[in-house]
Design a protein. Sequence first.
Length: 694
Amino acid sequence: MTAAPDLTPLDATLLVELPPAGGEVWPGSQADDVGVRCQVIVSDAAPGSDERLHDGFDSVSTRFVLLTGPDHIGGGSLAHMLKHGHALAETCGLADFGAPLPLLTAWRDVRVVDAYRSWLQARHPALAADYARQLDDFLYLLRFRAVTTSLHGLDVIDGGSTIRLVGRCRRGGTDGPTPPTDHQPVVIVIDDDDNVLLRAETTAFLTDDRTSPSWIGFTTEIPTNSLPTGRFRLSVEIQSPPGHAPTRTRLQATIGQLASSRPIKAGGRRFQILQVGDTYRLDLLSQSTDVPLDGLRWSAAMAWLDVKAFLRRRPFGGVRMARLLTRPFYSRKPIWLVGERSDTARDNGYHLFAYLRRERPDIRAYYVIDRGSDQYDMMAALGRVVPHSSLRHRMLAMHASALIGAYSIKYLLPKSWDPGKYARQLAWRFGAFRVYLKHGINDKMAVKRRTNGYDLYFTGVEAETKAALEGSGYYEQIVQAGLARFDALVPTPASRTILFMPTWRSYLMPKLFSSDKESERPFEGSDYEQFMLAFLASDRLRDLLDKHDVRLQFMPHYNLADRMSDAPVASDRIDRIGAADANIQDIMRACDLFVTDYSSVHFDLAYLGTPLVYTHFDRDDFQAGHGKHSWFVHERDGFGPVAYDLEGTLDHIEKYLESGCTREQVYEDRAAQAFAYRDTDNCKRTVEHIEGLH
């Protein structure tokens, strides 16, 4: 075999791939702090290219080279990765290998492994040939350096005869355009003696969280009557190369799965996925429904768990005991808790609740809102309004069958209940259905079942529905019924007003939950500020308003409103409106022309039939610093023309004013195609689907 050349005493080279816009190189001094001697190399070749990686490999003189990006690794993990690399090299017979060996620190492995192979064959062909089998084993097993599995949800399908588990099995080498042929995880049910009682093959699906799409999502379908009875562990097993034992790891809980866990009766079984103590490990509890008094036995077992939690002073132990003692007084009819943010009532939550009080008083629904809210008296007039975090709210939350919110479900919980602890330690006992009404059309699909665990997620646009189903882990939970507030979207007579409603920029705001008051980029002098000031102070805008006898209402986003409070305006026809105080829907209904950059409320205006102008004055900055991947492309899918600077924006405004604010046919056609429903039955459909959960 080829003799191995001497390598430097350094433990490793850290090869950092910077993004196209550049970035800060992770300093090697942090590696020294954890006992790992590291040199940092950044190639000048194009980011993401084989040439860049080859240039980096050429510069390496250490035993190992760790491939990463600036945001994919922390100092504390280097020592562990090197220890794993040394052990794996020994196992695969590469202890004396005469070229650097790669260690992978991110999840995008297929490309870098292929680039390493091509570099090795070009630079060290003899080594590549002599150690072909050992290299194959090493590069394959690298992908198993860290295997994590999690369960995101459980569905009952096929009329109750089958359960579907939805989860994730993350390991290296799962990126790429097609599912990897060597990644076929199997879900297994194991008893306390490590006997495998059930094996279920999985089907992979593509997920797009993290830095790149990967085939790490899985579903598996299990006949309900094949579930063993008792309490068992849930694990995932992955096959390894010949000669190596399969990799087996226990399924971990996710917040979404824990929050939506409840007892299920189907196919001759009563079962539930349970958390093991304070850990994130999961057990399957299953009981046959053919045994006498099976329901009573299950309830007694759960009640005993409540008593033990109380006696041992576990988190929420007192709440569980209170629920157990008061259950007989609240079991008459299902209870729905409806709300938005704790102090608001003007979005889909309000419109749904008003419908329930007007059309379906037979449903035991309550609206939760702060007593000090400006909207409290308005809601109190409807009846069944509960002060947020009051004793009555806490009692209703214990016994609610459905939590129905336009924002995060946490706003429906009493403020004394920590939302994270509630999801982990209490939701599984209460079993309330989680219904997300949303507060607008979501054109940037960030919904993930593993993080929110909704039982219903309402959509209003065909393309939104399709995007929500792709890679989110949701299936029947996505329901295209329209948004409740659309029922009230009825246009008013012409008001001779233009509504200008831009959204915010995250990079111009201090980070949330940070003591640092500085934003990522200064607001002063930004393209955003310059456009806003130039637009509001434009002489041409002033002349247009005067000529056509119209007013412009400027509603800055709540997050940047303070920055624009003193912005000079060119005309007394320009009114500044505070988003926190205004009835936004009434203002939208009344305007004759809507101007925005990227605000999602443009869907409401399109539904109304109002002409729109999009102004993408800082498109590059927005996409790089704020925008997420979106299924909606304004130029292709939008309901109005797109401008890219001040003059172009004013050109489109002038054109609409000259035409009497009439929307062109192409945008009429797009709106007609986008919305599944154009009626006033959105609330009715929403209620029917929620009733179907019970």
